[in-house]
Write a protein of this length. Structure first.
Lengths: 314, 473
C-alpha cells in the first residue's frame, strides 16, 4: 500500500486513541479534585493533568500560570492552540480519514465524520459539570465505535495492521502517562502513603481506565499501589497494560513482516521491549522508582514510533 | 425571452410519454413525503461526506450540492441521437489535438486562426511533436449540452481537461434507488453503475507499450483541500486503484514509481485530476508542490500515460468552441450531429460591433472562464453591469465571446413552493480508450434552483438531479 496511506491510518488510530485518553485524564482529574475539602487544598490535580497529557509547556504559553479547572479543561478538550486537544485530535483524525477514504470502511468513516459534526455542537466556554460529563462520554463512545468499526469491518491486511499498531503504540503511551499521574500529584506532607488519600488516588486511576472492577477480579484485595502498577504494566490479561499493548504491537508488526516477507528494526525493538516487560518484577520496578521505569518506557515507545515511521511510512 | 421548453409538460398541458409514470406518481404522492425524502437524501449525502469546497469561502468549507429528488428523463431515442453526436465530437477533439501538436494541417488550411493556438495560454509547446500513447488526448470528456425544444440539443461547452461531476451522477442514482425503489419498478431506467468499470477498461487500454501486461493505474489528486476531492477518492475507490498525491510519486530513469510500504512500485497510467500547470514543477510552474518532478520527462519517454493528455486545454476554450463545427467537418468529413450555440467571436470586428450593439440581449462569456464566473447575462443585467462589460469588451475583445440567451429547457423540480419548472443542462461523460468509445446512458443534470435563473453551476447555488435514460421495449 501507499506509504502515505499507511502513515495516515497509523496516525488516525493514534489520534482517536489519544482523544479517548484525554477524556480519561480529565475524568480522573476531576475525580481527584473532588476530594472532600479536608484532603484538598494542597494538592495540584489540574497541574498534574497537564503534565500527564504532556502539554504543560504549551499551556503556559497560552494561560501563563493560571492553572484553573476551567482553563485546563478548555485547553485539553477544546483549545485550537493545543495541538493535542480532543477537538484537534478529532479534527486531525478526520483530515487523515478524508485523505485515506479509500482505505477505510464506510462504518469507520461514518463514525469519524458524524462525531466530527457532533463535536461542533458542544460549546466550549463555561461548560457545566453535566455538559462536560456528557462530552466526555461522547468522546469515549466515539473511540469505542471507531475501534469496533475497525475491528468488525476492516479486511485483515496491512491497512488493518498499521492502524492497530498505531492504536497500541498510543495506548501504551497513554497507560504509562495515566499511571504516572500519581507521580505528579504530590501527596501532602501530612498524608501517609497508604492513607485514605493515597487509596483514593490509586482507585481513581483504576476507574479512569475502567479497571476498578477488573482489579478486584484479578487480585481480590484492596487497592494497593504495586498491584495497580502490576495490573497496568505487567498483567497480560489487562487490555490496557503495557505488556498487553506490546503483545499486540509485536503480533501486528510480525503480521506485516510476514506479509511483506521481510523483518526489520521495528519488529526487533518491539520484541525486545516485550521481553523486558516479561522479565520485570514489581519489586524491582518500585525499587528503582516507578516514575523512572515509566519514563524509560515512554522513551522506548517513542523510539519504536520513529522506527516504524522510517521502516514503512516514508 | 420566449417560454422555455418543459421536458415533462407540453404547451397544451399534456404530459410527454417519457414522464407519464413519474407525473402520475408526483400527483399522488403527498408533499410531506417528498419533503421527508428530500431531507433524508440530504442527511445521507452529509453523512457520507459528499461535499465540495467553494474557493474563497472560509466558513462554508465543505458544502453539499443541493440534490433535487425529481429525476430528469430522456427517452432511449433521444439518448441514442445524443450519444452519436457526443462520440463524433470527441473524435474530432482528439484528431484536432493530434494535428495541433504535430502537422497543424487545420491551421495551414486556414480553418482555425493561428493565434487561437499560439496565443492560447493552454497551448503547451512542450507537447509539439510529442507522441502520446495511441494518439489519443482526451480520454475523459465532459460535454455540456442544453436542450431548447423537443428535437434540438446544443453543445454549450466542451470540457477536455479534467471534467468533474461524474461522482454525482453515480451517487445521485444510488440515492434515488435507495429512496424511491417504487419509481424504478415503474420505469425501465438504463443503469449507470458500470461507469467505473468502463473507466477502468478505458484507462487500462491506454497503458504505454513499455508497461507490464497488467498496467498499474492510479488517480492523482491535488489533495483533500481540492474542491472535487470527494470525487477523486470516490473514483479511486470504485476503480480499486490507489489515490495518490504528487508526493507519493517519484521518477527515476524516466519511470514513474509510487512509494509504498514495500518500496517503489511502477505506475503506468495516471488519471490525473491536477491541471497541466501543476503536474511537474521542472517543466511547468516551479512553485507547484502538488506535482511530480520529472513526470514530463517520463511522459515524453513514453513510459507513462497521462489522462487526459497534457495540453488539451487548447481544444476546449470558448473561442475554439465556435470553430468546432468546422473542426468536425475538416477531420471527419461529416456534418456535426450536435449543434453549436450560435456564437459571436468578439475578436472579429464585425462580431464585436454586433455584440456591443446588443449587449442587453446576449450572454457574454470570458474565453477561459468557468464555473459561471466572469459572465454577463444581458437580459438580467442592470445598466452598470452592461457598461462594465462594454468597457471590458472594448479593452480586450479577444477574451470574450457572446451568445444569444437560450431558452434552456426546464424540468419539474422540488422547491420551497412545491413542484415547479427549473432550467437544466446536462453533462454526459465520454470515455475514449484505445479500443473503443464508451458512454454510459445518462450524465450529470444540473439545475438552477432559483426561478428563472439560467446559472446551473454548483458554485453559484445550482443543484443536481438524477438523469434517467429510459430503455425502450
Amino acid at each position: 500500500m501507499l506509504s502515505r496511506t499507511a502513515d495516515n491510518l497509523y496516525w488516525l488510530s493514534r489520534y482517536m486513541e489519544r482523544a479517548d485518553c484525554l477524556a480519561r485524564i480529565l475524568d480522573v482529574t476531576q475525580r481527584l479534585a473532588q476530594l472532600p475539602a479536608a484532603y484538598g487544598g494542597s494538592t495540584n490535580e489540574w497541574r498534574s493533568a497537564l503534565l500527564t497529557a504532556g502539554c504543560a509547556e504549551q499551556f503556559k504559553a497560552v494561560y501563563g500560570d493560571d492553572i484553573s479547572e476551567q482553563n485546563v479543561i478548555t485547553f485539553l478538550a477544546f483549545s485550537p492552540e493545543n495541538p493535542s486537544s480532543i477537538r484537534n485530535c478529532f479534527e486531525i483524525a478526520r483530515t487523515n480519514a478524508r485523505s485515506v477514504r479509500t482505505a477505510l470502511t464506510m462504518e469507520m468513516w461514518e463514525t469519524i465524520n458524524s462525531s466530527w459534526l457532533e463535536l461542533k455542537r458542544y460549546s466550549t466556554k463555561n461548560m457545566t459539570r453535566e455538559e462536560l460529563a456528557r462530552f466526555m462520554s461522547f468522546v469515549k463512545e466515539t473511540s469505542l465505535r471507531f475501534d469496533g468499526a475497525a475491528y468488525r469491518t476492516m479486511l485483515r491486511n496491512d491497512a488493518f495492521w498499521f492502524s492497530r499498531v498505531g492504536m497500541y503504540v498510543e495506548r501504551a503511551d497513554n497507560t504509562a502517562r495515566i499511571l504516572d499521574v500519581k507521580y505528579h500529584v504530590l501527596l501532602p506532607d501530612s498524608e501517609h502513603i497508604g492513607g485514605p488519600l493515597d487509596y483514593f488516588q490509586w482507585a481513581s486511576i483504576l476507574r479512569s481506565v475502567s479497571a476498578l472492577t477488573s482489579f478486584h477480579w484479578v487480585y481480590r484485595e484492596s487497592v494497593k499501589p504495586w498491584l495497580v502498577a502490576d495490573l497496568l504494566i505487567l498483567n497480560a490479561q489487562m487490555p490496557r497494560s503495557l505488556t498487553s499493548c506490546y503483545q499486540n504491537i509485536t503480533r501486528y508488526l510480525d503480521d506485516i513482516a510476514a506479509y511483506y516477507g521481510r523483518q526489520g528494526g521495528s519488529q526487533r525493538l518491539a520484541r525486545s521491549t516485550l521481553t523486558r516487560l516479561g522479565n520485570s518484577r514489581m519489586e524491582d520496578i518500585f525499587q528503582t522508582g516507578l516514575h523512572e521505569y515509566i519514563d524509560t518506557f515512554v522513551t522506548e515507545n517513542n523510539r519504536l514510533g520513529s522506527i516504524v515511521n522510517e521502516q514503512y511510512l516514508l | 425571452m420566449s417560454v422555455a421548453f418543459d421536458e415533462m409538460t407540453n404547451a397544451d398541458g399534456s404530459i410527454r410519454p417519457a414522464y407519464a409514470a413519474l407525473s402520475r406518481w408526483l400527483s399522488n404522492v403527498p408533499p410531506d413525503v417528498l419533503d421527508y425524502r428530500r431531507r433524508e437524501a440530504e442527511f445521507i449525502f452529509r453523512r457520507i461526506g459528499i461535499t465540495f469546497a467553494v474557493y474563497g469561502e472560509s466558513d462554508a468549507q465543505e458544502r453539499l450540492i443541493p440534490f433535487d429528488i425529481i429525476p430528469r428523463i430522456l427517452t432511449g431515442t433521444e439518448w441514442r441521437r445524443l450519444s452519436l453526436g457526443l462520440e463524433q465530437r470527441t473524435k474530432a477533439l482528439n484528431l484536432y489535438l493530434k494535428d495541433i501538436y504535430s502537422r497543424r494541417e487545420i491551421l495551414k488550411a486556414g480553418i482555425v486562426p493561428e493565434d487561437l493556438v499560439y496565443q492560447n495560454p493552454a497551448f503547451r509547446p512542450e507537447m509539439n511533436g510529442q507522441k502520446v500513447p495511441h494518439d489519443l488526448y482526451v480520454h475523459i470528456a465532459g460535454i455540456d449540452v442544453v436542450r431548447v425544444d423537443a428535437d434540438t440539443f446544443y453543445v454549450l461547452e466542451d470540457n477536455a481537461r479534467t471534467p468533474s461531476g461524474v461522482s454525482y451522477m453515480l451517487e445521485n442514482r444510488e440515492i434515488m434507488m435507495r429512496l424511491f425503489p417504487e419509481l424504478f419498478a415503474e420505469n425501465r431506467v438504463a443503469p449507470v453503475e458500470n461507469y467505473t468499470d468502463e473507466l477502468l477498461a478505458t484507462l487500462k487500454s491506454l497503458a504505454p507499450g513499455t508497461s507490464n501486461s497488467d498496467p498499474a493505474v492510479v488517480v492523482l489528486t491535488p489533495g483533500i483541500y481540492n474542491s472535487a476531492y470527494y470525487e477523486h477518492s470516490f473514483l479511486a475507490d470504485k476503480l480499486g486503484v490507489e489515490l495518490v498525491e504528487g508526493r507519493d510519486l517519484f521518477v527515476r530513469n524516466d519511470i514513474v514509481y509510487m512509494r509504498t510500504t514495500e518500496g517503489p512500485r511502477r505506475v503506468d497510467v495516471i488519471y490525473r485530476r491536477l491541471d497541466d500547470d501543476f503536474i511537474d514543477p521542472l517543466t511547468f510552474r516551479p512553485d507547484s508542490a502538488l506535482g511530480v518532478p520529472g513526470l514530463m520527462s517520463a511522459y515524453n519517454a513514453g513510459n507513462v500515460t497521462l489522462t487526459n493528455a497534457v495540453g488539451t486545454g487548447v481544444a476546449d476554450d470558448k473561442a475554439v468552441y465556435s470553430y468546432m463545427p468546422d473542426i468536425i467537418r475538416f477531420y471527419l468529413g461529416e456534418e456535426p450531429l450536435l449543434k453549436n450555440v450560435p456564437t459571436w467571436r468578439c475578436r472579429e470586428p464585425d462580431h464585436l460591433k454586433y455584440v456591443l450593439d446588443h449587449l442587453n440581449e446576449l450572454v457574454v462569456k470570458e474565453v477561459h472562464g468557468s464555473g459561471g464566473y466572469g459572465m454577463l447575462i444581458g437580459p438580467r443585467a442592470d445598466k452598470a453591469q452592461i457598461e462594465l462589460f462594454r468597457a471590458k469588451l472594448k479593452q480586450d475583445p479577444n477574451n470574450f465571446i457572446a451568445q444569444p440567451t437560450l431558452a434552456l429547457s426546464t424540468c419539474p423540480t422540488f422547491v420551497e413552493e412545491g413542484i415547479a419548472p427549473r432550467h437544466v443542462d446536462l453533462r454526459p461523460f465520454v470515455l475514449t480508450g484505445a479500443d473503443k468509445v464508451r458512454i454510459v446512458p445518462g450524465g450529470l443534470t444540473r439545475v438552477a434552483l432559483e426561478a428563472g435563473s439560467l446559472v446551473v453551476n454548483s458554485s453559484q447555488g445550482g443543484g443536481t438531479k438524477d438523469t434517467w435514460v429510459l430503455e425502450e421495449n
